[in-house]
Design a protein around this ligand. Structure first.
Ligand SMILES: *[C@@H]1O[C@H](CO)[C@@H](O)[C@H](O)[C@H]1NC(C)=O
Ligand SMILES: *[C@@H]1O[C@H](CO)[C@@H](O)[C@H](O)[C@H]1NC(C)=O
Length: 398
């Protein structure tokens, strides 16, 4: 048997070698970890990013009713209604940090924005979240069934947010819907946070349809308008479409940021969806959104989606903030017969860039506007783009 003599330099060398090996192995280990699983514990975090009156409540329900989803609607409403600030720009970091906490199921962040002894009902539109009406938050609705808001409100309120926190931890997907976000840059820290696996679904809608819908709910929007226009605690009627202009600009800003030279950490994490495509072919569009975030479509979800998008009528004023069964494809065209042409022209003027980028054709005359067989949607293939990760592919190290 050969014998080695360990001289001090040999020992030092061996120790160094061992150190290097440990460092290399650790680096390798970190790289080959199934990306996304340990740090974010396999959880996927989804931000439904949209603006007022763009069908985002419906999209929110599409996720909220999924049995694997913990959903909250507009947590940033609390920030906007509590903090005194001149506008959206100053509020966005507080909004971002609140979203990060909620994504991580830490609801204590809400303490800053709710009364001292609050119930679950202190959360904005809490009963829209199926997860807050299901175990473990509440025994009312089994997870695989569809929740009833009225019933939930009556039976599921309880003191504190522990129930919400506990529920949040049991889901594979945490989905937040926000309309109070106008750029992507302030979200970079969330996209780079190893404890989050964030996907962004950017929902846009024809600005002319948005404008019509905004007119119908004008009163409810005056405070938000002021913050969009950086005018603090005033009330702003948007008769000049300045808010529309800001919203259109923000769509351009967001879309261009994600599509033209996106930073690496944004790849595979952004998908733009046009409301009109979604209502024309709900099952296909929703299925592709589910795939994008790794959710399974189920038979009962398919039936539910069909039912809520194929009701009757265009929705009354009272229904403006509710999800009811109406013919969604009709609703998306309603502006063409009800909005005066001069208004249409004004909106087209302030939103020209966004309309062209997102694939909405302008109309040149009242006749063209009212001729419903003229399709104003540019075929979606050209615009249907996302850095879509394939199903088995992992996006974290792209
Ligand atoms: C929800 O429940 C209420 C009363 O419990 C009922 O009147 C209503 O029709 C239900 N809504 C749906 C959509 O089932
Ligand atoms: C909080 O919920 C309890 C039921 O758990 C209810 O009795 C109480 O009235 C609620 N408080 C508020 C302020 O809504």
């Amino acid at each position: 048997m050969p014998r080695f003599r360990l001289t001090p330099p040999t020992v030092v060398f061996l120790l160094l070698l061992q150190g290097v090996a440990v460092v290399l192995l650790f680096g390798w280990y970190v790289q080959v970890l199934p990306c996304g699983s340990p740090p974010s514990q396999g959880k996927v975090h989804v931000l439904l990013l949209s603006s007022w009156r763009s069908g985002s409540s419906f999209l929110g329900q599409v996720f909220s009713q999924h049995p694997s989803v913990f959903y909250l609607m507009e947590p940033s409403w609390h920030v906007w209604t509590t903090l005194q600030m001149p506008g959206a720009r100053a509020l966005r970091m507080a909004v971002r940090d609140l979203m990060r906490s909620v994504f991580q199921c830490d609801m204590s962040v809400m303490d800053a924005y709710t009364p001292a002894q609050h119930n679950m009902s202190a959360l904005f539109m809490w009963s829209h979240s199926r997860a807050l009406c299901s175990p473990p938050a509440c025994q009312l609705t089994p997870r695989h069934l569809f929740s009833n808001e009225t019933e939930c409100k009556r039976k599921c309120d309880r003191p504190g947010l522990q129930g919400a926190e506990e529920a949040c931890r049991t889901y594979s997907h945490v989905v937040l819907k926000e309309v109070r976000f106008f750029e992507l840059d302030s979200l970079y820290p969330l996209l780079q946070d190893p404890t989050l696996d964030l996907r962004i679904i950017h929902l846009v809608r024809d600005p002319r349809a948005v404008a019509r819908s905004r007119e119908q709910s004008a009163k409810a929007l005056v405070k938000d308008n002021a913050l969009v226009l950086e005018q603090g605690n005033t009330k702003v009627d948007d008769t000049q479409y300045r808010v529309m202009q800001e919203i259109c600009r923000s769509h351009i800003r967001i879309h261009e940021r994600a599509m033209l030279k996106p930073p690496d950490f944004l790849r595979g994490r952004y998908k733009m969806v046009r409301y009109e495509d979604m209502v024309r072919d709900p099952l296909t569009e929703i299925d592709s959104m589910y795939q994008f975030v790794g959710l399974e479509m189920t038979q009962s979800l398919q039936e539910w989606i069909y039912k809520v998008t194929h009701g009757k009528g265009k929705g009354t004023k009272k229904e403006a903030f509710q999800i009811t069964s109406r013919n969604a494809a009709d609703v998306s065209q309603a502006w063409r017969t009800t909005l005066p042409h001069d208004k249409v022209r004004n909106i087209q003027e302030v939103c020209k860039g966004a309309m062209s980028l997102l694939g909405y054709r302008t109309v040149d005359s009242e006749k063209e506007q009212k001729k419903l067989d003229v399709d104003l949607l540019t075929p979606r293939e050209r615009y249907h783009f996302s850095w879509l990760p394939s199903k088995t592919d992992n996006t974290n190290n792209e």
